[in-house]
Ligand binder design. Sequence first.
Ligand code: PLP
Length: 453
Amino acid sequence: MHTYDESTDDLADEIVAYALDRIRMDPPPLDRPRTPDELRATVGTTVTPAGIGGHEAFRRFVDYIAPATISIDHPRYLSFVPGAPTEAAALFDLIVGASSMYGGSWMEASGAVYAENEALAWVAELAGFPDTAGGVFVSGGTAGNLSALVTARHRAARDRSDRPARWKLLASAGAHSSIDHAARVMDVEIVRVPVDERGRLTGSALAKVLAEQPDDGYFAVAATAGVTNLGIVDDLAGVADAAAGAGLWFHVDGAYGGAALAAPAHRPLFAGVERADSFIVDPHKWLFSTFDCCALVYRDPEPARQAHTQHASYLDAITVRDEWNPSDYAVHLSRRARGLPFWFSLAVHGTDAYKEAIETTLAVAHAGGDLIRERDGFELVTEPELSILVFRRLGWTADDYDAWSDAALDSGFAFCLPSVHAGETIMRLCVVNPKTTVDDLAAILDSMQDFQR
Ligand SMILES: *Cc1c(COP(=O)(O)O)cnc(C)c1O
């Protein structure tokens, strides 16, 4: 099984050729979901005592499995938050897989950790953190938010001798579902801070809740820089003030929107992020890396190390050294050096290219906003702040949006799912792919305009 022979060579040729073709495709096929019955009938049973062989297993992937997975980098994939890995990032992901690196400790992967830390340092610099900031790449925003909030609670617990009746986390209704999930996992209560008329968490609303509902169990506030449904940024400076006044850990979830820190014209929206205790951004979203990759950075990494270092006799050889071990900064131990494709892409292209690519997507999204504003029968729900467009097709019901969206995906035209805002079904398009053009957005509006059920 573990030999590299002629048949491995043949398989390598097939696999590498396929990978290169896929990376070259412009655009890639959108593809679409299949039912379990369809997949049973086509892919069939693949895991057998004798094995089906490399060629056959790969054929089933190419013919049936790949077409049943949507390409997140298709320029008209505008649902959720798309991704658009650079060719450099996608290629380097092959290397990470081939190299059998253990990305958890300095001892085992010093070179990889050094490179990952170079990329993290750029993220920390974007956020305006001091040089002493540090962190780790985790699987996604969900893992990043959880790890940051665990650190926050650990620090709060360390600073007192008793325990509150209930630990409490402050967040707005706009906070991502992963913040709720973290609260469930940690068994803490979320206290909701009302949002302003634009849907933002503000410092004044936070201060009001703290004054009107005093409690000794508050340990952190989680603000969002780029609310996933509407793409708006909370009042980070105001929240930073209120959090500092109350001695709370200030976490900023920029999983989607944090990338816009690289666009100088949008930087003022994020004023105050530099005062956060922890910050996350997902390079697999708007920083052009492959899944799965979230950059988690702490202003002061020490409380994170105290919260997350695992101690075991077999690990002591690592933990007793004064070295930077990525394992120590999140809820994990073994880890893939998942920051390397991002690092490689940054190193290849330079941060100026990142800035330009992000500015391109922002310009396309804002031009799309103009198209919607000018078009009869369409109406913006909110003015676009980052790169998310939310709008109505006047007269449409939820069923109309669903029917159009299904038809667009079935035909391979586009993947655009409706969303819900204030109880109303609306259309939501998220632009993070520099290959998405204003013409793509116009084609989508045309298709919605002409659609007949
Ligand atoms: C996408 C997103 C998350 C979750 O990130 P995953 O990488 O999917 O775990 C968290 N917060 C925000 C604001 C997001 O947009």
